[in-house]
Design a protein around this ligand. Structure first.
Ligand code: HEC
Ligand code: HEC
Length: 502
């Protein structure tokens, strides 16, 4: 066959795949039927469902609930897997230092960086902390990143965006992210300032809630003024639990939710993002805009952009030093010929990935409680489940054995939704628009403050309570949000009770 004929056939196959409903290729027809049955939405709210307590199937942790509950390994890991998890845990917690240093295996931090360790942002493997909502409190945010983008202005920009080589156009000097720290002798990129404006919302039953609307500013820019048209998007470090299972959800199940038309104004879209190994565009699943396809790639991005450390996937020892930041390239780096080409050798990177894939989701609490069941019914009736899709059975051919063929309850569709003006950041990332966000999983959300007493919710941590998080929902979720506003105080309390049991 000639090359052109092959190309035409391939194009037809892609067009055909888009038109026909995607089908799981990892299951026999009999298995497929079983899976459809167990993942069907429940209609019985008089009692808990079978297996409902085990949010992450056999990987669910049943450890005692305390501040370490997000730091447990998948319960079904092998002995060898547990050993690898422990090494990964050490690396996730380890503080990296700048070069040159006497502890050569730990240096290479920066030159520009946001934090010294993964755990500095993902507090106890949960979500990070936003500096105080108190305007008098002036601490430097660590776990909150500022993405920096500018509108495309050249044909080259437009080509790179269309091909997926760039997710957005970075600020020309400062790059795609503000690094608010630098090694000694180098200026940091700047300091972020957040100001909150209170917005009062009246609820049925005489209650009110006060939402805090953030605005971001960059003070003390270290490399000259930022472009006046720079767009800033703040992102809070999300919790790390259950990520391997999210990676093991079969793409056909995600795309089926995107294709489904429920006639309720909710229409999720997949993000298609770059796999840096193959250069191909693949389904995005991770981060607040589903901008990364795998836990491994996101972890390598974190080493590079957040800590300035090279890995086999992102090989620059200078992290996000940019052409307009010449002094940055003159700083020493931490690669040692003795220890390999990269500041974080592939072997260590693999331990970190393995760890990040296997932080366990805790078992549910109080699933039979009357109030929890009433709240669960309201969660379904208010159509929260259109986006926060309750359950899946993971792929039989998932990469790691502990993630295969598990009935899981993550409460997400991993798709992008237009969430309205109130949450919009104006920054598009790959195919995600400036008002679209990926539905975050809700498993474990009731234990957020058990793990980090100062944690808050939503992409920029603006919501101080679960109710505030719901009240920010707009766009495709406006109707669901309005139903919560119209509930009686008892009903709202039940809905929150259900979320707290997750
Ligand atoms: C400076 C703070 C910071 C540091 C340090 C950091 N992260 Fe993150 N992490 C974030 C933020 C913020 C996001 C969300 C980014 C986005 O939405 O674009 C994130 C997202 C992630 C995700 C995706 C989670 C999800 O639910 O989608 C993974 C995995 C992850 N980080 C792993 C790591 C690893 C591994 C390290 C250390 C090598 C690390 N992170 C270091 C802030 C940080
Ligand atoms: C149209 C899709 C959609 C619907 C419907 C929806 N959500 Fe969400 N939900 C999202 C998205 C997207 C976010 C993240 C928004 C952000 O961070 O800016 C979110 C965030 C949340 C969060 C905060 C999660 C976190 O990790 O910070 C909670 C809690 C939540 N939703 C609960 C609900 C409840 C309860 C309902 C029903 C009343 C509901 N949602 C309906 C899409 C939806």
């Amino acid at each position: 066959m000639s090359k052109t004929v092959v190309a035409v056939l391939a194009a037809l196959a892609v067009a055909g795949a888009a038109a026909s409903p995607p089908v799981r290729d990892d299951l026999t027809p009999a298995d497929r039927e079983r899976v459809t049955k167990v993942t069907a939405a429940t209609r019985d709210f008089s009692q808990a469902e079978q297996f409902e307590a085990m949010s992450a199937g056999a990987a669910t942790t049943r450890k005692l609930i305390n501040a370490d509950i997000f730091s447990q390994p998948s319960a079904n890991l092998t002995f060898e897997g547990r050993q690898q998890f422990l090494v990964g845990n050490g690396l996730f917690r380890k503080d990296w230092v700048s070069s040159p240093s006497s502890t050569q295996a730990s240096d290479g931090l920066g030159p520009l960086f946001n934090a010294r360790s993964c755990q500095a942002c993902h507090t106890k493997d949960g979500r990070g902390t936003v500096p105080g909502f108190d305007p008098m409190e002036r601490s430097d945010a660590v776990a909150l990143l500022l993405r920096l983008a500018v509108p495309p202005s050249t044909d080259e920009h437009r080509r790179l965006l269309a091909s997926g080589e760039l997710p957005f156009v970075p600020e020309p000097v400062y790059g795609s992210q503000l690094q608010n720290f630098a090694v000694p002798g180098l200026p940091a990129e700047g300091r972020m300032e957040i100001e909150y404006e209170p917005v009062v919302v009246e609820l049925n039953g005489g209650e009110t809630a006060t939402l805090m609307k953030p605005a971001y500013r960059i003070e003390n820019p270290g490399y000259g003024p930022l472009r006046p048209d720079v767009q800033i998007s703040a992102r809070l470090a999300p919790p790390m639990i259950g990520l391997g299972l999210l990676e093991a959800i079969h793409p056909a199940d995600i795309l089926a939710n995107a294709a489904a038309d429920h006639g309720d104004g909710v229409s999720g879209r997949p993000n298609w993002v770059r796999d840096v190994r193959t250069g191909e565009r693949v389904l995005g699943r991770f981060n607040w805009k589903a901008s990364q396809p795998t836990v491994e790639q996101q972890s390598a991005v974190a080493f590079s952009n957040d800590m300035g450390l090279s890995t086999p996937l992102f090989t620059s020892h200078y992290g996000e030093c940019r052409p307009g930041q010449e002094a940055c390239f003159k700083m020493p780096h931490g690669a040692q010929p003795r220890l390999g080409e990269h500041e974080v050798p592939g072997e260590l990177m693999d331990f970190v990935t393995m760890y990040s894939l296997n932080l366990a989701v805790p078992q549910r609490r109080d699933i039979d409680d009357k109030r929890v069941l009433a709240g669960k019914r309201l969660f379904y009736e208010a159509n929260c489940v259109a986006c926060h899709v309750p359950k899946y059975v993971t792929s039989r051919d998932a990469k790691r054995p502990e993630h295969r063929f598990q009935l899981i309850w993550p409460y997400t569709d991993l798709l992008l939704h237009d969430m309205g003006e109130g949450l919009a950041d104006g920054v598009s990332e790959d195919l995600a628009s400036g008002s679209e966000w990926r539905t975050p999983p809700l498993w474990g959300i009731g234990l957020t403050r058990t793990v980090n007493p100062n944690a808050t919710w939503l992409h920029d941590g603006r919501a101080r309570t679960l109710l505030e998080a719901i009240l920010w929902h707009g766009g495709e979720a406006q109707a669901a949000r309005d139903r919560v506003v119209a509930m009686t105080p008892q009903e709202r309390a039940d809905l929150i009770r259900f979320l707290e049991s997750l």
